[in-house]
Ligand binder design. Structure first.
Ligand SMILES: NC(=O)c1ccc[n+]([C@@H]2O[C@H](COP(=O)([O-])OP(=O)(O)OC[C@H]3O[C@@H](n4cnc5c(N)ncnc54)[C@H](O)[C@@H]3O)[C@@H](O)[C@H]2O)c1
Length: 366
């Protein structure tokens, strides 16, 4: 195993695992995964958008090492993240005779890691899984930590399971085909990690934003590695989100999810909605004097430097938005657990923010 690409190690009750990050690292997919494959059969399930480029190369690499790959590509985006797509995967796994000792590789963005992860969690009560995330959002966030999910008509990610992969392989070169807007959306989650946990990373994001936007190496891969490392540390401390660590990753998501829902998941990408949600949370933090006022501007400025929106769209009804936020699946006994910032690198959870403070902060963020 090539240790220089090792970006994180997750401690999990389901088995510890490694995360490898590197430019062009998919060329080494066989050596990185051969111990996990052992003698089992390999089932590669890909987002159709990345199959012809990345998927076919992966198959060639395995076949040149005498490993036969069964392969399925499916259309995967937020509108396809449902049980009927999972059912297609079950049908295919059944047709191909996939057994519990076999192994699934997921290839694609966060929809792929969530949905194929869910299929792997439930096929024969759980089959081993390796993630190959291909979007920035899935690299720094979705593929790490074992949360899998699909959407129901009644809401996002309502059905899911914790199913940790055995290995995650992230090739930063695979991001070269990703649309710029999707890249920006992924930066929102990486920036979030720096706001919550790492002032040095925040300063790197601040001082090197044009290099990072240009994907200049080694800055680009290093920033992804550090962000991955942060998520790995948090998940290892609080695998099932029962403590006070993993829930902090929800920073900006209360209003972010409400914005996605209010706009029917069609106008804002996830990271864009989270970006606006982080500004609202920073405004609440400042209104309650948990942080200094200038922190709000610092957060806004850096998000804007990464081409992310920082204002709630004018056509959004704020009362309606707050009502949606209160129905989020993370609300406990009718109270929102707000993740608020004290300073860069330090946050706290507060569940008694007065309604007036929230509505004022929403207004000043529009
Ligand atoms: N499980 C978790 O902890 C977690 C965390 C964050 C987000 N998520 C989930 O992740 C999803 C969002 O992830 P996403 O932003 O990666 O969305 P996505 O998977 O829909 O990918 C975005 C778009 O990029 C395309 N794509 C993927 N890789 C590509 C590549 N290399 N080149 C060109 N196009 C490519 C996809 O087909 C899609 O159209 C949401 O469903 C969200 O709920 C999960």
């Amino acid at each position: 195993m090539n240790n220089s690409t090792l970006a994180g190690q997750i401690k999990s009750q389901q088995g510890d695992y490694s995360i490898h990050v590197g430019e062009g690292i998919l060329d080494k997919i066989y050596s990185l995964s051969k111990n996990e494959i052992n003698n089992s059969r390999v089932f590669l399930i890909s987002d159709i958008k990345v199959f012809s480029g990345l998927g076919t190369n992966i198959i060639k690499t395995f076949e040149s090492n005498s490993i036969k790959v069964e392969s399925l590509s499916v259309e995967l985006d937020e509108t396809k993240k449902n049980l009927s797509t999972v059912d297609k995967i079950y049908e295919w796994l059944h047709e191909k005779g996939a057994e519990r000792s076999d192994i699934i590789f997921s290839l694609g963005g966060g929809v792929a890691t969530d949905l194929i992860g869910y299929a792997a969690a439930t096929w024969l009560r759980g089959i081993r899984l390796i993630h190959i995330p291909t979007t920035l959002a899935s690299m720094v966030d979705a593929s790490i930590g074992g949360k899998t999910a699909v959407n129901l008509k009644r809401g996002k990610n309502l059905v899911g399971a914790f199913h940790q992969p055995k290995l995650i392989i992230m090739d930063t070169k695979s991001l070269s085909t990703l649309k710029q807007r999707e890249m920006n959306s992924g930066w929102a989650e990486a920036l979030k990690h720096s706001f919550l946990f790492d002032k040095d990373l925040f300063n790197k994001f601040k001082n090197n934003h044009s290099k990072l936007l240009n994907k200049d190496e080694p800055f680009f891969t290093d920033a992804i590695k550090r962000s991955v490392e942060i998520k790995a540390e948090i998940v290892s401390k609080d695998e099932y989100e029962t403590g006070k660590d993993r829930i902090k990753l929800n920073f900006g998501h209360t209003i972010g999810h409400a914005l996605e829902s209010a706009t029917s998941y069609s106008n804002l990408l996830h990271g864009e909605a989270v970006s606006i949600g982080m500004v609202v949370a920073a405004n609440i933090s400042s209104a309650l004097s948990y942080c200094q006022e200038n922190l709000v501007d610092e957060i806004k400025n850096i998000l804007e430097a990464y081409n992310l929106p920082t204002r709630i769209p004018k056509n959004i009804n704020l009362d309606n938005l707050y009502t949606i936020a209160k129905s989020d699946k993370k609300v406990r006994a009718g109270k929102i657990n707000w993740v608020l910032l004290k300073e860069i690198g330090e946050s706290k959870i507060v569940n008694d923010v007065p309604d007036q403070v929230v509505t004022d902060s929403l207004r000043s963020s529009q």
